[in-house]
Every structure is written in C-alpha cells, then in structure tokens.
Design a protein around this ligand. Structure first.
Ligand code: NDP
Ligand code: MG
Length: 385
C-alpha cells in the first residue's frame, strides 16, 4: 500500500497525479490519498476531497481555508491552513510518500518537513532544489529518504541511470529542451511578445509560471541546477540540446561515450507514475510512441544571446551559496510582474541578472539565509519597477 500526500493537487501536475492514481486504482493497485494541499482553489479541492476521501486537506490561504472548513462540515476531513498546514500535510504521519507539485520556492519548507519525517519525496517542485539544494540533499541523506524526480528530464535521466555501475561511469547528463514558443526568434523580436504568446507552449500544457520559464528558457536553467543536485554533477558536465519534438526526454552519456536516452510521447503521466510506483513499471494512460509517424527528430544548440537565462543559471550554480536562491526569487517575482502586464518579456532576464549581481556568493547556506535571499531578491525586483 502506497499512502500519498499530494501538495499542489489543484494544479497541472496535481490534477494529472490524481488521474494517474485513479488509473492505478482501476488496475487494482493499492494506493491511498491521505492528504491534499493547495493554495486557494477550494472549489476543486473540495471536489477532489469528496472523490478521494483523504484524512486532511491543507489550504495555504486562511480565508479560503475557512470557507472550505464550512463546505466540508458534513465529512471527517480535517482542514489545515497556512504555511504550517502545508508543512503538516507534508509530514502527515500515515503518508509514506509526498508528491510535491506546488509552484515556487514556497515548496522548500514542506519538502524539508517531509524529508525530516522520513518520507520519500516525489519532486515536481524544482524551485525547492534550486533555492535550497544543499539543505534538501543533506536532509534526505541524514533521514535515509529518497527523492524521486517528477520533472520529465530528470525522470528520464533517473531512468537511464538504472543499472549504472557507479558514479564514475557517468560522463555527462544531456538535458533536452523544447526551445519553447519563441525558438528561432531574435532578441529584438522578443521585446514585444505578449503574455498570451509566452503561455502558448508547443508541446506541453502546464501552469503559467513554468510556461513563462519555458519561454525565457529559465526553465532549462533551473533544470540544470536541479540536475546538479539530484545527480551530484557539476555544471560543466550537464549539456543542453534543443529538441523541438520533446520525444527524447533527456539522456546520459557514459564514460565509454555510449548514450542512453528515454523516449516517449510528451505526457507527464509517465514520470509521475514512475515516481509513484518506482521501481515497478505498470500500464499508464500515456499513448504509445509511433516513431514512423514522426519520421525525424531534430536537434539544435541553444541560443545564449536570445535566451540569456540559461547562462545566468549556470553562473549562479558556479557561484553557489545563496546566489541560486536569489536568482530563483528574482525570477519568480519578475515572472509574476510579466504575467500582470507590468514588465516586458526581456526585463525578466535583465532583472534576474541584476539580482544575481547583488547577492554575495560565499555565504553558507541555512534555511533562514535562503528565505532572506529569496525575499531580498523579490523586493529588489519590485523596487526596480
Ligand atoms: P500550477 O500553477 O498548475 O499549479 C500549482 C499548484 O500549486 C496549485 O495546486 C496551487 O494551488 C498550488 N500552490 C501554489 N502556491 C501554493 C501555496 N503557497 N501553498 C500550497 N499550494 C500552493 O503549476 P504546475 O502544476 O504547472 O507546476 C507545479 C510545479 O511542478 C512547478 O514547480 C513546476 O516547475 C513543476 N513542473 C511542472 C510541469 C508541468 O508539466 N506542469 C513539468 C515539470 C515540472 P491553487 O490551485 O489553489 O492556486
Ligand atoms: Mg522539465
């Protein structure tokens, strides 16, 4: 029996996770949803709670939590609230695995709470590793808890590493990138792109923040940092290749230059399910890959002039300490301002770079330090308006 706590259940990954759970239950798998958590979408959270009968739900927003408490009065489901409620949901006693699909660095503390409680964490929330990678990896190691990647590239690498004879056998990690909606454009052309254009991803349907991150290629930069922590690889051994079709989800190049790739139609059900059932492989709702229908797969080098975020993230990873937390916080704030129509698309990388330059590098990483670096970077970006 797998007992699941699902954080961010109302989002793109969260709803797909519940579809995967439903499909596993239909196959007779034993999986029980123990807790659900979201920010404020209580209409959907209530429907999910009535369908999956968890022991508790957590709502970050206090007002929304109050309203859900009222609507769930006829049930035994406890309603938790605030950041504390989210961390309680993550450390819920009867759960043995936590799938963290909240968006943004608010996912860091619940991830740490889950790991401290000895839970395995299936991690979609990449900002957790970007901002607090060393804290997360140390906590997982001390508590003997596993971190199972849900991000499709990292799941692909994790899959390609099964059977790996030892760390010395790996030469490079190769992350594939779709290139996003603005692949092939020039920097000048990006100056006037709109919110709607940025949200139109060619291959994946995702939440707004990660869609904008894909358009700036910040997403791939964050994924370089995520991969570095998950697989213990330095930045210069993580390559990025633009692969428009999103069929190869990522690759591992071994010491003998054999390259292993994981392929499939772009469908998050596969990495989500693998994280939940690892090491088992079970039928999933994802479609079969028919290579002859595609005929060809294409590959291009990234364009660092048009998409500077990729190099900014490499630099942040090299500088280390609290710099990645500042870069992540600045990006979250800049993306929010872009989505509100308050800044242009090209201001996102400019503000992230300026915030990175302000952050001193050689500081040791504590949770307080990460939270402060994050808040400072956000305040700086807002003040630059
Ligand atoms: P969405 O915006 O679709 O969903 C975000 C979820 O997080 C919602 O359930 C939201 O609740 C919840 N949430 C936001 N803030 C809080 C908070 N303070 N407390 C509790 N819950 C909160 O995002 P995605 O599903 O697209 O992405 C989630 C994470 O997964 C991100 O880190 C993203 O980078 C990563 N990821 C996503 C992929 C995808 O295909 N979508 C692929 C790979 C990684 P509410 O609905 O109430 O606002
Ligand atoms: Mg990804």
């Amino acid at each position: 029996m797998r007992r699941l706590s699902l954080l961010g259940s109302t989002g793109s990954i969260g709803t797909q996770t519940l579809d995967v759970v439903q499909n596993l239950l239909a196959q007779g798998e034993k999986i029980q949803v123990e807790v659900l958590a979201a920010h404020s979408n209580v209409a959907l959270l209530e429907a999910q709670a009535r369908q999956f009968s968890p022991k508790a739900v957590a709502v970050y927003d206090e007002v929304a939590a109050h309203s859900l408490r009222n609507s769930l009065r006829d049930t035994d489901i406890a309603v938790l609230s605030g950041k504390e409620g989210l961390c309680q949901a993550a450390a819920w006693e009867s759960a043995d695995i936590v799938l963290n699909a909240v968006v943004g660095m608010v996912g860091l503390e619940p991830t740490l709470a889950a790991l401290r409680a000895g839970k395995d964490v299936a991690l979609a929330n990449k900002e957790t590793l970007v901002a607090g990678g060393s804290l997360v990896m140390e906590t997982a190691q001390t508590r003997g808890a596993a971190i199972l990647p849900v991000d499709s590239e990292h799941s692909a690498i994790f899959q390609c590493l099964q059977g790996c004879p030892g760390k010395g056998a790996v030469d490079q990690l190769i992350l594939t990138a779709s290139g996003g909606p603005f692949f092939g454009r020039t920097r000048e052309e990006l100056a006037s792109v709109t919110r709607e254009e940025a949200l139109r991803h060619p291959n994946w349907s995702m939440g707004a923040k990660i869609s904008v991150d894909s358009a700036t290629m910040m997403n791939k930069g964050l994924e370089i940092m995520e991969a570095s922590w998950l697989f213990g690889m330095p930045e210069d051994r993580i390559q990025v290749v633009v692969h428009r079709e999103s069929i190869i989800h990522s690759m591992v190049q071994y010491a003998d230059h054999a390259v292993l790739a994981q392929l499939g139609v772009p469908d998050m059900a596969v990495p989500i399910q693998y994280a939940l059932t690892y090491p088992r492989r079970l039928p999933s709702p994802a479609k079969e890959l028919r290579l002859w229908e595609l005929q060809s797969l294409t590959f291009f080098p990234p364009d660092p002039k048009t998409f500077p975020c990729l190099e900014l993230c490499r630099e942040a990873l090299r500088r280390g300490g609290l710099v990645p937390a500042a870069v992540n916080g600045a990006n979250e704030q800049a993306v929010a301002l872009f989505l509100e129509g308050k800044i242009g698309f090209l201001q996102i990388p400019a503000l992230v770079e300026a915030a990175m330059e302000r952050q001193a590098c050689k500081e040791s990483v504590t949770l307080e330090g990460v939270l402060t670096a994050d808040l400072d970077a956000r305040a700086f970006v807002r003040s630059a308006l």
